[in-house]
Design a protein around this ligand. Structure first.
Ligand code: CUA
Length: 311
Protein backbone atom coordinates (compact mmCIF):
# COMPACT_ATOMS: atom_id res chain seq x y z
CA UNK A 1 0.00 0.00 0.00
CA UNK A 2 2.82 2.41 0.79
CA UNK A 3 4.65 3.32 -2.41
CA UNK A 4 8.18 1.98 -2.53
CA UNK A 5 9.04 3.72 -5.81
CA UNK A 6 10.81 6.68 -4.16
CA UNK A 7 11.79 7.60 -0.58
CA UNK A 8 9.59 10.68 -0.71
CA UNK A 9 6.55 8.72 -1.95
CA UNK A 10 6.72 6.54 1.17
CA UNK A 11 6.83 9.64 3.37
CA UNK A 12 3.90 11.23 1.54
CA UNK A 13 1.92 8.04 2.17
CA UNK A 14 2.83 8.11 5.88
CA UNK A 15 1.35 11.62 6.18
CA UNK A 16 -1.84 10.38 4.53
CA UNK A 17 -2.06 7.36 6.80
CA UNK A 18 -1.33 9.44 9.89
CA UNK A 19 -4.08 11.96 9.06
CA UNK A 20 -6.53 9.26 8.06
CA UNK A 21 -5.76 7.23 11.18
CA UNK A 22 -6.26 10.21 13.45
CA UNK A 23 -9.57 11.10 11.75
CA UNK A 24 -10.76 7.50 11.99
CA UNK A 25 -9.86 7.30 15.69
CA UNK A 26 -11.71 10.49 16.63
CA UNK A 27 -14.68 9.72 14.40
CA UNK A 28 -15.19 6.33 16.01
CA UNK A 29 -14.45 7.61 19.54
CA UNK A 30 -16.89 10.58 19.25
CA UNK A 31 -19.68 8.46 17.81
CA UNK A 32 -19.20 5.73 20.41
CA UNK A 33 -19.51 8.31 23.21
CA UNK A 34 -22.53 9.87 21.45
CA UNK A 35 -24.36 6.55 21.28
CA UNK A 36 -23.41 5.68 24.86
CA UNK A 37 -24.76 9.03 26.18
CA UNK A 38 -27.97 8.67 24.18
CA UNK A 39 -28.68 5.35 25.86
CA UNK A 40 -27.31 6.12 29.32
CA UNK A 41 -28.96 9.54 29.80
CA UNK A 42 -32.15 9.17 27.77
CA UNK A 43 -35.30 10.58 29.32
CA UNK A 44 -37.09 7.66 30.91
CA UNK A 45 -40.54 9.17 31.41
CA UNK A 46 -42.57 12.34 32.11
CA UNK A 47 -41.22 12.60 35.65
CA UNK A 48 -37.58 12.33 34.61
CA UNK A 49 -36.01 15.75 35.26
CA UNK A 50 -33.80 17.26 32.51
CA UNK A 51 -30.40 18.28 33.89
CA UNK A 52 -29.71 21.98 33.34
CA UNK A 53 -25.99 22.43 32.67
CA UNK A 54 -24.83 26.07 32.47
CA UNK A 55 -21.28 25.43 31.24
CA UNK A 56 -17.97 23.88 32.11
CA UNK A 57 -14.81 25.92 31.55
CA UNK A 58 -12.39 23.05 32.13
CA UNK A 59 -14.15 20.90 29.54
CA UNK A 60 -14.25 23.72 27.00
CA UNK A 61 -10.54 24.43 27.39
CA UNK A 62 -9.73 20.72 27.03
CA UNK A 63 -11.75 20.29 23.86
CA UNK A 64 -10.24 23.44 22.34
CA UNK A 65 -6.60 22.88 23.25
CA UNK A 66 -6.34 19.19 22.30
CA UNK A 67 -7.71 19.62 18.74
CA UNK A 68 -5.47 22.71 18.30
CA UNK A 69 -2.40 20.65 19.16
CA UNK A 70 -3.47 17.82 16.85
CA UNK A 71 -4.08 20.21 13.92
CA UNK A 72 -0.67 21.83 14.49
CA UNK A 73 0.96 18.38 14.42
CA UNK A 74 -0.77 17.65 11.09
CA UNK A 75 0.39 21.03 9.75
CA UNK A 76 4.00 20.55 10.87
CA UNK A 77 4.24 16.97 9.57
CA UNK A 78 2.69 18.03 6.26
CA UNK A 79 5.04 21.00 5.76
CA UNK A 80 8.16 18.94 6.52
CA UNK A 81 7.24 16.26 3.96
CA UNK A 82 5.99 18.83 1.42
CA UNK A 83 9.45 20.45 1.55
CA UNK A 84 11.11 17.06 0.83
CA UNK A 85 8.67 16.63 -2.04
CA UNK A 86 9.41 20.04 -3.60
CA UNK A 87 13.11 20.71 -2.93
CA UNK A 88 15.78 18.34 -4.28
CA UNK A 89 18.45 17.52 -1.67
CA UNK A 90 21.14 20.23 -1.60
CA UNK A 91 24.82 19.34 -2.18
CA UNK A 92 23.85 16.34 -4.31
CA UNK A 93 24.15 16.25 -8.11
CA UNK A 94 20.89 16.76 -9.99
CA UNK A 95 20.27 15.45 -13.50
CA UNK A 96 18.04 17.94 -15.30
CA UNK A 97 15.68 17.01 -18.12
CA UNK A 98 13.53 19.42 -20.14
CA UNK A 99 9.85 18.53 -20.49
CA UNK A 100 7.47 20.06 -23.02
CA UNK A 101 3.76 19.36 -22.87
CA UNK A 102 1.68 19.96 -25.96
CA UNK A 103 -1.63 18.72 -27.32
CA UNK A 104 -1.42 15.72 -26.79
CA UNK A 105 2.00 14.36 -26.01
CA UNK A 106 5.07 14.85 -23.83
CA UNK A 107 8.59 15.49 -25.18
CA UNK A 108 11.76 15.14 -23.16
CA UNK A 109 15.16 16.70 -23.84
CA UNK A 110 18.30 15.37 -22.14
CA UNK A 111 21.60 17.11 -21.31
CA UNK A 112 23.40 15.10 -24.02
CA UNK A 113 21.04 16.50 -26.65
CA UNK A 114 18.93 13.35 -27.02
CA UNK A 115 15.14 13.70 -27.17
CA UNK A 116 12.34 11.22 -26.54
CA UNK A 117 8.58 11.41 -26.86
CA UNK A 118 6.11 10.10 -24.28
CA UNK A 119 8.87 7.96 -22.76
CA UNK A 120 10.95 9.57 -20.04
CA UNK A 121 14.19 7.65 -19.60
CA UNK A 122 16.06 8.13 -16.32
CA UNK A 123 18.84 6.45 -14.35
CA UNK A 124 17.98 4.62 -11.15
CA UNK A 125 19.01 6.16 -7.82
CA UNK A 126 19.70 9.64 -9.24
CA UNK A 127 18.09 12.95 -8.34
CA UNK A 128 16.15 13.91 -11.46
CA UNK A 129 14.78 17.41 -11.92
CA UNK A 130 12.23 18.04 -14.65
CA UNK A 131 12.06 21.61 -15.97
CA UNK A 132 8.65 21.79 -17.57
CA UNK A 133 6.84 24.12 -19.94
CA UNK A 134 3.84 23.89 -22.23
CA UNK A 135 3.76 25.04 -25.84
CA UNK A 136 -0.01 25.50 -25.91
CA UNK A 137 -2.50 25.08 -23.04
CA UNK A 138 -2.20 24.08 -19.38
CA UNK A 139 -1.31 20.43 -18.84
CA UNK A 140 -0.37 18.68 -15.61
CA UNK A 141 2.42 16.13 -15.24
CA UNK A 142 1.63 13.30 -12.84
CA UNK A 143 3.59 10.15 -11.94
CA UNK A 144 1.23 8.46 -9.46
CA UNK A 145 3.72 5.94 -8.09
CA UNK A 146 6.25 8.68 -7.31
CA UNK A 147 3.48 10.81 -5.75
CA UNK A 148 4.63 13.83 -7.77
CA UNK A 149 2.40 16.12 -9.80
CA UNK A 150 2.82 19.64 -11.14
CA UNK A 151 1.01 21.86 -13.63
CA UNK A 152 2.76 22.46 -16.96
CA UNK A 153 1.98 25.97 -18.08
CA UNK A 154 2.63 28.00 -21.26
CA UNK A 155 5.31 30.72 -20.91
CA UNK A 156 6.22 29.80 -17.34
CA UNK A 157 8.63 27.09 -16.16
CA UNK A 158 7.56 24.74 -13.39
CA UNK A 159 9.52 21.81 -12.01
CA UNK A 160 9.38 18.46 -10.26
CA UNK A 161 12.06 16.26 -8.79
CA UNK A 162 12.25 12.58 -7.88
CA UNK A 163 14.76 9.83 -7.25
CA UNK A 164 13.54 6.44 -8.45
CA UNK A 165 14.71 3.56 -6.24
CA UNK A 166 14.03 0.68 -8.63
CA UNK A 167 14.49 0.02 -12.33
CA UNK A 168 11.14 -0.45 -14.06
CA UNK A 169 8.27 1.29 -15.82
CA UNK A 170 5.84 3.78 -14.32
CA UNK A 171 2.85 5.63 -15.78
CA UNK A 172 2.72 9.32 -16.63
CA UNK A 173 -0.71 10.95 -16.81
CA UNK A 174 -1.86 14.41 -17.87
CA UNK A 175 -4.19 15.51 -15.08
CA UNK A 176 -5.39 18.85 -16.42
CA UNK A 177 -8.20 18.76 -18.97
CA UNK A 178 -6.48 20.02 -22.13
CA UNK A 179 -8.86 19.27 -24.98
CA UNK A 180 -10.23 16.44 -27.04
CA UNK A 181 -7.47 13.89 -26.50
CA UNK A 182 -6.58 14.77 -22.90
CA UNK A 183 -7.27 11.20 -21.80
CA UNK A 184 -4.82 9.87 -24.39
CA UNK A 185 -2.00 12.11 -23.18
CA UNK A 186 -0.19 9.22 -21.54
CA UNK A 187 3.47 8.42 -21.10
CA UNK A 188 5.90 6.13 -19.34
CA UNK A 189 8.86 6.69 -17.08
CA UNK A 190 11.48 4.08 -17.82
CA UNK A 191 13.98 3.79 -14.95
CA UNK A 192 17.21 2.09 -16.07
CA UNK A 193 19.90 0.42 -13.98
CA UNK A 194 23.46 1.79 -14.24
CA UNK A 195 24.64 -0.44 -17.16
CA UNK A 196 21.56 0.10 -19.26
CA UNK A 197 21.59 3.84 -18.58
CA UNK A 198 25.24 4.22 -19.58
CA UNK A 199 24.53 2.39 -22.82
CA UNK A 200 21.39 4.41 -23.54
CA UNK A 201 23.12 7.73 -22.89
CA UNK A 202 25.89 6.81 -25.36
CA UNK A 203 23.90 5.09 -28.10
CA UNK A 204 20.23 5.91 -27.58
CA UNK A 205 19.54 2.17 -27.45
CA UNK A 206 18.66 -0.21 -24.64
CA UNK A 207 21.12 -3.08 -24.08
CA UNK A 208 20.37 -5.76 -26.66
CA UNK A 209 18.10 -3.47 -28.67
CA UNK A 210 18.57 -3.27 -32.44
CA UNK A 211 18.77 0.08 -34.19
CA UNK A 212 15.50 0.75 -36.05
CA UNK A 213 15.33 1.31 -39.80
CA UNK A 214 14.20 4.81 -40.86
CA UNK A 215 10.75 3.41 -41.71
CA UNK A 216 10.38 1.65 -38.33
CA UNK A 217 11.66 4.70 -36.51
CA UNK A 218 9.30 6.97 -38.46
CA UNK A 219 6.32 4.81 -37.55
CA UNK A 220 7.38 4.78 -33.90
CA UNK A 221 7.83 8.58 -33.82
CA UNK A 222 4.45 9.05 -35.54
CA UNK A 223 2.85 7.15 -32.65
CA UNK A 224 5.05 8.37 -29.76
CA UNK A 225 4.97 12.07 -30.62
CA UNK A 226 1.19 12.15 -30.80
CA UNK A 227 0.92 12.67 -34.60
CA UNK A 228 -1.65 9.92 -34.96
CA UNK A 229 -3.95 11.59 -32.42
CA UNK A 230 -4.87 14.15 -35.11
CA UNK A 231 -3.78 12.51 -38.39
CA UNK A 232 -5.40 9.16 -39.10
CA UNK A 233 -3.70 6.56 -41.29
CA UNK A 234 -7.00 5.00 -42.45
CA UNK A 235 -8.66 7.97 -44.15
CA UNK A 236 -10.74 9.11 -41.14
CA UNK A 237 -11.02 12.89 -40.75
CA UNK A 238 -9.69 13.88 -37.32
CA UNK A 239 -8.40 17.29 -36.20
CA UNK A 240 -5.99 17.34 -39.15
CA UNK A 241 -5.91 15.75 -42.62
CA UNK A 242 -5.47 11.98 -42.89
CA UNK A 243 -2.06 10.60 -43.89
CA UNK A 244 -3.67 7.93 -46.09
CA UNK A 245 -2.47 8.61 -49.64
CA UNK A 246 -1.24 12.00 -48.42
CA UNK A 247 2.10 11.87 -50.21
CA UNK A 248 1.72 13.28 -53.72
CA UNK A 249 -1.77 14.63 -53.01
CA UNK A 250 -2.65 17.97 -54.59
CA UNK A 251 -5.17 20.35 -53.03
CA UNK A 252 -5.47 23.96 -51.85
CA UNK A 253 -4.63 25.83 -48.67
CA UNK A 254 -7.20 27.87 -46.79
CA UNK A 255 -5.58 30.87 -48.51
CA UNK A 256 -6.60 29.43 -51.90
CA UNK A 257 -3.01 28.68 -52.94
CA UNK A 258 -2.50 25.24 -54.56
CA UNK A 259 0.05 22.77 -53.18
CA UNK A 260 1.34 19.23 -53.67
CA UNK A 261 2.53 17.14 -50.74
CA UNK A 262 6.24 16.37 -51.10
CA UNK A 263 9.15 15.95 -48.67
CA UNK A 264 9.55 19.68 -48.09
CA UNK A 265 5.83 20.16 -47.58
CA UNK A 266 5.79 17.56 -44.79
CA UNK A 267 8.95 18.91 -43.13
CA UNK A 268 7.52 22.46 -43.18
CA UNK A 269 4.19 21.25 -41.81
CA UNK A 270 5.94 19.55 -38.90
CA UNK A 271 8.09 22.59 -38.08
CA UNK A 272 5.70 25.44 -38.94
CA UNK A 273 2.22 23.92 -39.08
CA UNK A 274 0.33 27.21 -39.16
CA UNK A 275 2.00 28.31 -42.40
CA UNK A 276 0.25 25.54 -44.30
CA UNK A 277 -3.40 25.25 -43.25
CA UNK A 278 -5.30 22.94 -45.60
CA UNK A 279 -8.69 24.27 -46.74
CA UNK A 280 -11.47 22.93 -44.52
CA UNK A 281 -9.30 22.56 -41.39
CA UNK A 282 -9.02 24.94 -38.41
CA UNK A 283 -5.81 26.95 -37.79
CA UNK A 284 -3.73 26.93 -34.60
CA UNK A 285 -4.45 23.30 -33.75
CA UNK A 286 -1.03 21.72 -34.22
CA UNK A 287 1.97 22.70 -32.08
CA UNK A 288 5.28 23.35 -33.82
CA UNK A 289 7.79 20.51 -33.56
CA UNK A 290 10.67 22.81 -34.54
CA UNK A 291 13.48 21.92 -32.12
CA UNK A 292 11.46 19.00 -30.72
CA UNK A 293 12.34 16.64 -33.57
CA UNK A 294 15.75 16.47 -35.22
CA UNK A 295 16.11 16.70 -39.01
CA UNK A 296 16.91 13.01 -39.11
CA UNK A 297 13.77 12.18 -37.12
CA UNK A 298 11.68 14.33 -39.49
CA UNK A 299 13.23 12.44 -42.44
CA UNK A 300 12.20 9.14 -40.84
CA UNK A 301 8.62 10.38 -40.38
CA UNK A 302 8.53 11.43 -44.07
CA UNK A 303 9.77 7.96 -45.02
CA UNK A 304 6.92 6.45 -43.05
CA UNK A 305 4.23 8.80 -44.43
CA UNK A 306 5.25 7.84 -47.99
CA UNK A 307 4.28 4.24 -47.21
CA UNK A 308 0.74 5.01 -45.97
CA UNK A 309 -1.12 4.06 -49.15
CA UNK A 310 -4.47 2.50 -49.88
CA UNK A 311 -4.14 -0.43 -52.27
CU1 CUA B 1 -2.57 17.52 -21.46
CU2 CUA B 1 -4.58 16.94 -20.35
Amino acid sequence: MISDATEVAARVDMVQIFIFGMMAFWFIACNAVLVYFMLRYRRKGPDDKVANIKGNHTLEIVWTVIPCILVLIIFYYGVVVWKDLRVPPKDEPVYEIGVTGQKWSWSFKYPNGATTGNELIVPQGTNIKLNMISSDVIHSFFIPEFRVKEDVIPSMYTYLWFNAKHAGEYNIFCTEYCGKDHSHMLGKVRVLDADNWENWEKTGLMLGEERLTPLENGEKLFADRGCKGCHSVDGAKLVGPTMLDAFGRSATFASGEAYTVDDNYIANSIKYPNNQIVAGYPANQMPSFDGQLSDSEISDIITYIKTIKSE
